[in-house]
Design a protein around this ligand. Structure first.
Ligand SMILES: [Zn+2]
Length: 560
């Protein structure tokens, strides 16, 4: 007797091949049989006529490292079709971490990944110090999706160098200690090593995240340590100063794939992302495995001036970082501060999150009813009406409302022609959801549904079987997740049943379910009929099931 039979589904198997209509039977968490018309007995039978069945989505860029310790359902991802999440991206992990470094680690995450310090303090369960102990905690706690975890460069640095991690290059001895910890983590089951050299990645008070202080030799040594055992993927969110040629050398020396983030299209520097993709192609032509993480979502962030992530990477914003209350308001009101910000925005930059495109910054919600007429209007528009400067207009409004005004900025990746080209690039991977991070700024955990609905159905920018391949098998192969990412007999029953005619992600909305009742943005699935992880139904047409089992596997063995 089988546990589940899905009948008459349009099977998109993840290979990129043409779909076929057929049945799929599941037993003990695995796909037992696939055929045109299976004559089997099953406990549960789903008639999927007209619906499509694909392998569950693999989200290769999440930041669930902290959230998963209090929320094993990693909301909202499973309801959005994600059955496997890779955590630890950019190297911003919470393991390894000594008890004395916990506060600093949380303060850094608050800044770099936009996580509320109160939420982290109330939420994180710290029953570990080493990476292996962290994995043991995850295994004991269970999860609704399958997990693979990177060992994080910034955490290694903090463990070995303490507070100096964010101040200086490492000594040869310190690099050797980190390399040995990388080898231990790989033996414990890490999926690879993650790092960041991006100037957008700052910890508390605007101090660079530790991995940004690493010399090239340190990056190379750690990647070699990762590859020494014949496995692992190296991922890095790179700054403009880190050339693809260095990453090619890292792939060559380690013999391992390199994933490069965050390849987003910047309208103020539209050629940059294609230059990187061309360099990635050239490296592949020379036999290396380099892959660029691209996003199928425009990067749009909600923010208040109390914590304005989009501008916090500006050097001129530094006086405001770490300031609070009256001190922060004084900085924001200072004409000298405003002039410095204007000057920086007027100068060209290789990579910058916010580029002074004031027509793409809007007022979402005012705190004072007298300003209601400003909601939904752009800052450029509001400033033009007053005959003033846009930065002044935004800051003056925020100051008049005790910094409680909510703004939204469309930052990057909104040029649909350019993004379509990036999504179809032979060496790109559709990724960058950042699920688990920036919880009040944006929510792209539904990126897979957006690819299927917007890019495939609405724009016709990609064929459905190819989109499915890019969301499933491509990642499974890259990471060596054997038995996942394809609909095959004997493979894991990670499944997404959806309606191709309606699939998509709903509008973002705010919910208050974080520890202490703090808010986060979320989105609902559209056109999803069922999500199974290892054969267990975790979400249906109404979203995450209340009784969803924690059937995810913590993966610690990956094919070379
Ligand atoms: Zn990230």
């Amino acid at each position: 007797m089988d546990d589940l039979l899905i009948r008459r589904a349009t099977l998109l198997d993840g290979s990129g091949g043409e779909p076929v209509v057929g049945d799929l039977a599941v037993r003990d968490g695995r796909i037992r049989a696939i055929g045109p018309s299976l004559a089997v007995d099953a406990t549960e039978v789903v008639d999927a006529g007209g619906l499509a069945l694909m392998p569950g989505i693999i989200d290769s860029h999440t930041h669930f490292d902290a959230q998963i310790t209090w929320d094993p359902y990693v909301r909202p991802s499973p309801a959005l079709g994600v059955t496997t999440a890779v955590i630890g991206n950019c190297g911003f992990t919470i393991a390894p971490c000594r008890p004395a470094d916990r506060e600093l680690t949380m303060r850094n995450l608050t800044q770099v990944e936009g996580m509320s310090l109160d939420v982290l303090r109330q939420g994180i369960r710290w029953n570990f110090e080493t990476f292996a102990e962290y994995l043991a905690q995850l295994r004991a706690g269970g999860s609704a999706v399958n997990l693979a975890a990177y060992i994080g460069h910034s955490s290694l640095r903090t463990w070995v160098m303490g507070a100096d991690a964010a101040r200086r290059e490492a000594t040869a001895d310190e690099v050797a200690q980190m390399a040995s910890m990388v080898r231990d983590a790989m033996a414990a089951g890490a999926v690879g090593l993650a790092s960041s050299t991006s100037p957008a990645h700052n910890g508390e008070g605007g101090v660079p995240m530790p991995s940004r202080l690493a010399a090239d030799a340190e990056h190379l040594a750690l990647v070699e340590a990762m590859g020494a055992a014949g496995g692992g993927v190296y991922m890095v969110t790179k700054g403009g100063q880190m050339p693809v040629s260095l990453l090619e050398e890292m792939s060559a020396r380690s013999g391992r794939p390199v994933m490069i983030a965050a390849l987003l299209h910047n309208p103020m520097n539209p050629g940059a992302v294609f230059k990187d993709l061309d360099a990635i192609s050239a490296a592949n032509a020379r036999g290396r495995r380099l892959l660029g993480q691209v996003s199928c979502c425009p990067l749009t962030m909600d923010f208040t001036l109390a914590s304005p992530y989009p501008v916090e990477g500006l050097a001129s914003w530094k006086p405001a970082l770490g300031a609070q209350g009256a001190a922060l308001r004084a900085v924001l009101a200072d004409p000298g501060f405003r002039d410095a910000v204007r000057a920086e925005l007027a100068a060209p930059a290789v990579f910058r999150l916010f580029n002074g495109e004031w027509d793409k910054v809007h007022v979402v919600e005012v705190a004072d009813a007298r300003h209601r007429a400003l909601e939904q209007r752009s800052i450029a528009d509001i400033a033009a009406e007053k005959g003033g400067d846009p930065l002044d207009a935004m800051l003056d409004l925020a100051l008049a409302e005790d910094l409680a005004t909510t703004f939204v900025a469309q930052l990057l990746n909104s040029d649909e022609e350019a993004v379509a080209t990036m999504l179809n690039h032979p060496h790109s991977i559709v990724s960058l959801s950042d699920a688990g991070a920036h919880l009040t700024f944006f929510t792209d955990a539904g990126f897979g549904l957006h690819l299927l609905g917007h890019w495939v159905r609405e724009r016709g920018a990609m064929a459905l079987p190819e989109a499915v391949r890019r969301l499933t098998r491509q990642s499974a192969e890259l990471f060596g997740m054997t038995g996942r990412g394809l609909l095959r007999e004997g493979g894991a029953a990670d499944l997404l049943l959806f309606d191709p005619a309606t699939v998509g992600r709903g509008p973002k909305r705010r919910v208050f379910d974080l520890p202490g009742g703090a808010p986060r943005l979320t989105t609902d699935a559209i056109g999803v009929h069922g999500v199974w992880v290892n054969g267990a139904l975790v979400a249906d047409g109404r979203g995450l099931r209340g009784d969803a089992p924690l059937a995810g596997e913590l993966m610690t063995r990956f094919a070379g």
